[in-house]
Design a protein around this ligand. Structure first.
Ligand SMILES: [Zn+2]
Length: 302
């Protein structure tokens, strides 16, 4: 009997299993064993339910996971939000490196551990030589304005991560139909030989006035009005710490606190703020971690 049970933990003894089962079914006094085996089979079927992951474990990537009977999930020492349909998400920043441990506890007691190693991703380098920009310094009056705008942005961002529901569950769409990708995520700009900030979004160049659609369901956390860098910009909260940014709009068509559906028109393309021509800068973040919007679209999730 015990030998027959062992096979439910290892697949190597399938043949033995069948032999024992046949033998047991032939024995009129083996009813209890049959029940026991049935329980074990049931337990095994739950245990064998793997977590399902969408997205690859790489720098600048978002991962969506789902599984059965998840009680909680942690990545290193950060507890993840798990919604009532047992979907959760986490991401790796563009420059994040090293190893991570994902821990998931199931309602029936089992704890799954997954070691994640993040390989280094190669990003594009953009060298720009522009003598005019070489000496541009930010005047003090502008610094005050930029500081104030940063505070408004940070306050709006601080509201993200409070929602357990995965609003993004119905999937993601490209916020612009067509257009030319004018700058990819992660590209390192080197201006006159000086490294500048990494490009933390995806730029899509299209004519001014082109509709901008919400990439996923969410709540508007900010519809910023003519900020120095971002111009008119919208920040959407997709739940569980995931957010999307739409910059340089000619106009916003939504207001703070509004619930938005995936595909809804939220604004129109423009060139407000620090922008050299009409385009949408589309950013995605998991909390403060910058993830690649193009990779999110490739993720086969819904
Ligand atoms: Zn951009």
């Amino acid at each position: 009997m015990n030998r027959a049970c062992k096979i439910f933990y290892t697949q190597a003894n399938d043949y033995k299993c069948e032999y024992h089962l046949t033998k047991m079914f032939n024995n009129k006094h083996m009813k209890l064993q049959y029940i026991f085996i049935a329980i074990l089979l049931f337990t095994y079927s739950i245990f064998s339910q793997e977590l399902k992951f969408y997205g690859s474990f790489e720098q600048g990537n978002l991962i969506i996971a789902e599984g059965n009977e998840i009680k909680w999930a942690w990545i290193d020492d950060v507890e993840l939000k798990v919604d009532n349909e047992k979907v959760f998400t986490f991401g790796f920043d563009a420059k994040e490196s090293g190893n991570r441990i994902l821990k998931v506890k199931h309602e029936y007691g089992k704890v799954s551990l997954k070691k994640i190693e993040l390989p280094t991703r190669k990003y594009k380098v953009q060298r720009i030589n522009n003598k005019k920009q070489q000496f541009s310094a930010t005047p003090d009056s502008l610094k005050v304005r930029i500081k104030k705008e940063r505070e408004i942005s940070n306050k709006a961002k601080s509201e993200i991560g409070k929602i357990d529901t995965a609003f993004y569950k119905s999937g993601f769409i490209r916020p612009i139909k067509g257009g030319r990708i004018s700058s990819v995520f992660g590209s390192q700009r080197i201006l006159n030989g000086v490294p500048k900030n990494m490009h933390n979004g995806l730029d899509i160049a299209v004519p001014r006035g082109t509709p901008v659609y919400a990439t996923a369901d969410g709540i508007v956390r900010l519809a910023a009005d003519d900020f120095y860098y971002a111009g008119n910009y919208i920040l959407l909260d997709h739940g569980q710490g995931l957010s999307s940014f739409y910059l340089h709009l000619s106009e916003s068509l939504v207001h703070k606190g509004e619930r938005i559906k995936k595909g809804e028109i939220i604004g129109r393309v423009g060139t407000t703020g620090r922008s050299t021509g009409p385009h949408l800068h589309w950013g995605m973040q998991w909390y403060t971690k910058r993830v690649d919007p193009a990779r999110i679209l490739k993720m086969k999730f819904n």
